[in-house]
Design a protein around this ligand. Structure first.
Ligand code: FAD
Ligand code: DLZ
Ligand code: SF4
Length: 518
């Protein structure tokens, strides 16, 4: 009798219908789940992120066992745990006398290379299967990318709408437009009243992981005091229900708004569950579409939400695999500044930055516009070295895996890929933040002051960024026009901008080492 088939299930593959399990029988399959030091420490993840992943893994293993599967679960502190996916797979092959290993391709380049490297040394065949939990397969994405000069999300998104039939009216987009983004840029207003997001109190399993993480990863960034993320598919479904009924109707309108102390507004907070595999992204979209068809949510909200998932999320994943490994080293604007310390401590007079870092530390989450237009924008216009910014984003967010973090940071926020992903850098002065938030009113800096003592640092940094990168950016048709404005400025005004920017940059204290990596 040949030995069982060994099916490793990685920490972000917590899906009952995973390709590697499909068609397998419980009799001849051993599922292997591994908590390994390599994964918990390759960067020093936020404590919340480690708790979320390990707790969700433990709950998933319990569900599988209850359903009759044999699960070999290696806990982080088990005797003999050898600390890496590859060595644990080798040990498990021996332990079970496995005849074959079947694993779904991992989400990260680093892990894929490690698994591919195991194929020779392992005494049995190792099959790596495509991850079909995405709408667009990687081959389909590569074919799409090959057929065009510019790889814009919007064109890709339309294909995904046609492919899924989501929000379609025959061959045409529902409502006659593919994209309702122009309706999704409202500033925060006094009357908006976001319902609280559901909270999932830690159960015994989560509490045990919290104890271990507090003890073992005490020097990692972040607080666990508010841990309330969904860790099971039932909880994730409950979070989806709450979002669809309570927040979706206003999701679109206030998608870009930011409010001090109000951490997630009308956002869904579903990325952690979708990325772990405990919530199906297409189901989220279908539920949103149904809300529209039932007259319970407007088209701008529903289209906006669906676009984030079958548009941005799928496109980002395709771009990751298309652009790796070069993307990890990309630095088109030659940015070399070290990451400022306040990204870790939150100690800055900039009220917008301090609030975004606080939310990040307390919740292991910040919403999209906070990530892009406050944190990312500052790093971009201050010229921070992309790899330091990427490490920060990978560490701090509970939904961060390299496949989704890296393109968002390197390409979208920092334009390090020279515009392969984003047609122009998302650089902005304090004006934008003031328009989209209530941050500036009580800030120690004045957003209307452009230069000199007390001026909002984003104002001079914006111009300094454009001038530093004039050679690369001037020919960009979407940002190039700003140079005409600069050229019309009086020389003393120009100099005041450059001097103020220098003062801001000289005042940035670099982060001391050891926050992101040992
Ligand atoms: P919502 O605003 O409710 O959006 C709905 C869903 O759309 C999200 O749950 C997510 O699955 C998807 N989505 C939206 N935008 C994106 C996007 N740009 N890329 C991929 N999926 C998207 N998202 C991550 O999942 N992991 C990351 O590490 C990550 N890093 C980011 C870094 C930067 C600099 C930026 C600008 C964005 C990043 N994003 C990342 C995208 C986005 O900010 C988060 O997906 C979102 O904030 C998660 O919160 P939510 O579930 O409430 O999202
Ligand atoms: C992020 C993470 C962490 C912190 N720990 C584990 C772990 O112990 N075991 C595991 O299977 N996965 C973990 N992960 C998620 C992996 O890093 C993720 O599966 C890979 O990034 C996919 O390539
Ligand atoms: Fe941020 Fe500038 Fe507004 Fe202060 S004034 S909150 S630094 S944008």
């Amino acid at each position: 009798m040949p030995g069982p088939v060994l099916v490793p299930v990685l920490g972000d593959q917590l899906t009952r219908d995973l390709a590697s399990l499909r068609g397998r029988t419980k009799k001849d399959t051993v599922i292997l789940m591994m908590e390994v030091a390599d994964e918990t420490t390759y960067v020093k993840h936020h404590k919340t992120k480690i708790v979320l992943i390990l707790s969700a893994m433990r709950h998933f293993a319990a569900e599988l066992r209850k359903a009759g599967w044999t699960v070999d679960y290696i806990a982080l502190e088990d005797d003999g745990n050898s600390g890496s996916f590859t060595s644990e797979i080798s040990r498990a092959v021996d332990r079970h006398g496995a005849s074959e290993v079947r694993v779904v391709e991992p989400g990260e380049w680093r892990v894929l290379k490690a698994l591919e490297g195991l194929k020779g040394p392992l005494p049995v065949p190792l099959e790596i299967l495509p991850d079909d939990r995405f709408v667009c397969s990687l081959n389909e994405f590569y074919t799409w990318a090959q057929s065009r000069d510019t790889l814009r999300m919007e064109n890709f998104y339309r294909e995904m709408r046609r492919k899924t039939g989501l929000l379609m009216d025959g061959d045409e987009p529902e409502g006659g437009q593919w994209n309702y983004d122009h309706d999704n840029r409202a500033s925060p207003d006094k009357d908006m009243d976001p319902p609280p997001a559901p909270k999932f109190a830690p159960d015994d399993v989560t509490c045990e992981v919290i104890g271990m993480v507090e003890r073992r990863f005490a020097d990692h960034f972040g607080s666990l005091d508010k841990f309330c993320w969904p860790v099971t598919s039932d909880q994730a479904e409950a979070a989806l229900d709450a979002f669809i009924t309570q927040r979706l109707p206003d999701f679109g309108t206030y998608q870009d708004a930011m409010v001090h102390g109000s951490d997630d507004l009308f956002h869904s907070l579903l990325s952690t569950s979708i990325n772990l595999g405990i919530l199906d992204p297409v189901e989220c979209c279908r539920r949103a579409e149904q809300a529209f068809r039932d007259g319970k949510a407007p088209i701008n909200a529903v289209e906006g939400f669906i676009r984030q998932i079958i548009g941005w999320r799928e496109y980002i994943r395709g771009m990751y695999w298309l652009e790796m490994p070069e993307l990890a080293e990309a630095n088109a604007l030659n940015a070399t500044r070290p990451l400022p310390e306040f990204f870790w401590t939150g100690e800055t007079e900039m009220r917008c930055m301090a609030d975004c870092v606080r939310s990040t530390r307390d919740n292991s989450h910040a919403h999209h516009i906070q990530r892009l237009m406050v944190l990312g924008n500052f790093a971009l216009i201050a010229g921070v070295r992309p790899q330091e910014v990427e490490d920060w984003f990978l560490v701090v967010y509970a939904d961060a895996y390299e496949w989704v973090e890296l393109p968002n940071v390197a390409a979208m926020a920092l334009w390090a890929d020279k515009g392969r992903l984003a047609s122009k850098p998302y650089a902005a002065s304090g004006n934008y933040i003031n328009k989209m938030s209530n941050y500036c009113g009580d800030c120690a800096y004045s957003v209307s002051k452009k230069t000199g003592e007390g001026a909002c640092p984003f104002n001079p940094l914006y111009w300094d960024f454009l001038i530093r990168n004039r050679k690369v950016l001037e020919s960009n048709h979407r940002i190039g026009r700003a140079y005409a404005t600069w050229d019309r400025m009086k020389p003393d005004k120009q100099q005041a901008y450059l001097d103020s920017a220098k003062a801001v940059l000289d005042g940035l204290k670099p982060a001391s080492g050891g926050w992101a990596r040992d």
